[in-house]
Design a protein around this ligand. Structure first.
Ligand code: C2E
Ligand code: MG
Ligand code: MG
Length: 567
């Protein structure tokens, strides 16, 4: 019997079964050992082999996956149906929906197989595309959150196995988007995703959580040192320069790390991993609060700290409405004649539930929520009004200094609002001095323009915490700046190497015609030293802590006396 006759016979037999062939079918017949005896043209086409190349080969050897299960089923003489990946002659892959029907002899043993295939390559490709769209991030090609959920659901937490989660968030990513555009932002995310992947092993899972956040999950029992080494390697790799337009930028990120060992109590892997992610997220936020570009390991104390920050954020929303803010004033002393020359205004907040909270804690939260803009306006109004009141009752200070947050400084309405406040309170602008930091000048795009506008109004500007940033004095001299306030940390260290720094700032500052103020003077030795160096002004607990406005009046009238008597 030749192939064609046999094929016709088989086709006839099939018509009697539920496996009716349709025109698109690919058909193969094999002997009892799977050796191909006949194929139709459609199989030659999909497999890219000629008929001669196929005849005599084992059917199972031309599939990408060798099915033990399939062999088993066939041996028993059962019909098999499933999807199989085939490898064509040119090594391209195709998928076929496959039905294998054995023909049995009178003893019940297969003597022949007929294999009917349907090409489902397009459908499979479509399924793969859908899978990749649903489970992978299109920008970075990394697995996404859906992938993570599926991964968690499929993973058992084993007893004594330590799982580690690293939560990563780029520092100041908004700055890149705002200053270089979203395309550059996308490029940065792709580049960082590549660098992160290169830092990891094959079994480690990394996902893009969304925006500029990534999560890494390590399943093996790595020792603590390995994890810390990994965090350091990531920080270092990520900070290598990236070329953006005509600039080379160094990107940084913050990493939170949480680790836990599975115990017999762990019933649910989803809540186990999700709680680890939450802890790592909290630790990451703390790494960020502490300046970023670092890692932080999750501890129970951190949770308490974060809960407090959360409560502050909640309570501070209504603080202005509830009249919970007030302002205190700390004297600025002329070190030549011990007279009060001015005051620095310092914001105070006392909340019913939380008690008094220091500005170091709540100002960053006001900045984060953006509420510093409204509160800052209230401060400026209150302070200008207070200065005017003092002038009217004979407390004739030369200046009042107000701290201005970078968020407030870069607001488009900042200058207009200030102008309005000066008009309303009728304070002469020359009595007002604004304290900004070096960071405000260096990091805000149009800071020089705003400084010029302030000069136009007649308002003075002072650089607060001077020496802690990276600005050079000669650069600052090109800007309309009047005063440098040497940071308290240098005054604290006057007996160590602080002396050299303080001398340099005072001498260079005076040569460049800045007024120089020393902050945080706490004792007589510090004061004597600063007087010797002819520092213009001083401020600190040695003279007075920040006090209410009524006290300033009193101090003003006795300030020519010896300061020690005020303590
Ligand atoms: P700053 O502007 O550098 O203010 C000086 C800080 O040092 C004040 O802390 C002051 O109370 C404290 N201080 C002054 N002399 C001494 C001293 O001799 N010893 C010690 N240990 N400390 C001294 P405070 O009031 O807690 O303010 C901290 C920071 O919060 C301020 O640093 C400023 O950056 C910010 N801040 C305070 N009030 C405002 C405000 O109204 N607006 C804005 N944007 N920021 C403010
Ligand atoms: Mg200040
Ligand atoms: Mg300061």
């Amino acid at each position: 019997m030749n192939d064609t006759t046999r094929f016709n016979e088989i086709e006839q037999q099939l018509k009697n079964t539920e496996y009716a062939l349709n025109v698109s079918s690919i058909v193969i017949t094999t002997d009892e050992n799977g050796i191909i005896e006949s194929v139709n043209d459609k199989f030659c086409k999909i497999s890219k082999y000629s008929r001669d190349e196929l005849l005599g080969r084992n059917y199972l050897s031309i599939n990408a996956v060798y099915f033990n299960e399939l062999e088993e089923v066939l041996r028993k003489g059962n019909v098999w149906h499933g999807e199989i990946k085939g490898i064509a002659k040119d090594e391209s892959e195709y998928w076929v929906d496959t039905t294998i029907v054995p023909f049995l002899n009178e003893n019940g043993n297969p003597y022949q197989y007929i294999i009917i295939l349907h090409d489902i390559t397009t459908r499979k490709q479509y399924e793969t595309d859908i899978e990749s769209m649903a489970f992978y991030d299109t920008l970075t090609q990394l697995p996404n959150r859906n992938h993570l959920h599926r991964w968690i659901a499929e993973h058992e937490i084993e007893t004594n196995e330590t799982t580690t989660v690293l939560f990563l968030d780029l520092d100041r990513f908004r700055y890149i988007n705002d200053n270089f555009g979203h395309q550059s932002g996308d490029f940065v995310l792709q580049e960082i995703a590549n660098r992160l992947t290169q830092c990891l092993g094959e079994t480690d899972l990394i996902i893009r959580q969304g925006g500029d956040e990534f999560i890494i999950i390590l399943k093996h029992n790595h020792p603590d040192e390995t994890i810390i080494d990994l965090a350091k390697r990531i920080l270092q790799q990520v900070s290598l320069p990236i070329q953006l337009l005509d600039k080379q930028l160094s990107i940084h990120l913050s990493i939170g790390i949480s680790r836990e060992t599975g115990t017999t109590d762990v019933l649910d892997s989803t809540s186990f991993i999700e709680s680890l992610i939450k802890k790592a997220d909290t630790a990451m936020l703390l790494a960020k609060e502490q300046g970023g570009n670092d890692y932080c390991i999750s501890t129970p104390e951190q949770k308490i700290k974060m809960d407090r920050l959360f409560n502050i954020e909640l309570e501070i929303k209504d603080a202005l409405k509830k009249n919970e803010f007030h302002i205190e004033y700390q004297p600025l002393i002329n070190l030549k004649n011990n007279q009060i020359v001015g005051v620095e205004s310092l914001l105070r907040w006392s909340n019913q539930a939380l008690g008094p909270i220091s500005p170091g804690e709540f100002i960053p939260i006001l900045e984060k929520t953006g509420d510093i803009v409204t509160v800052g306006k209230w401060i400026l109004w209150t302070v200008c009004n207070q200065m005017k009141l003092w002038q009217e009752n004979g407390t004739l200070l030369q200046k009042i200094s107000v701290n201005v947050s970078p968020i407030q400084f870069k607001e488009t309405n900042f200058i207009n609002d200030l102008q309005e406040i000066l008009n309303e309170t009728q304070l002469d602008a020359s009595y007002l001095e604004l304290e900004i930091t070096e960071g405000t000048i260096l990091e805000i795009k149009d800071s020089a323009k705003t400084l010029e506008a302030l000069q136009g109004l007649g308002v003075k500007v002072s650089i607060d915490d001077f020496g802690t940033g990276y600005s050079s004095l000669s650069y600052l001299k090109q800007l309309p700046i009047d005063t440098l306030k040497i940071d308290k940390s240098f005054i604290d260290n006057l007996d160590a190497d602080g002396e050299i720094i303080v001398n340099t700032i005072i001498n260079m500052g005076k040569n460049l015609r800045f007024r120089v103020i020393a902050e945080g003077i706490e004792n007589k030795q510090q004061l004597d030293y600063l007087k010797l160096q002819k520092c213009h002004e001083g401020q600190g607990y040695y003279f007075s802590k920040p006090v209410k406005s009524e006290v300033i009046q009193k101090l003003y009238h006795q300030s020519s006396k010896n300061w020690q008597s005020i303590d």
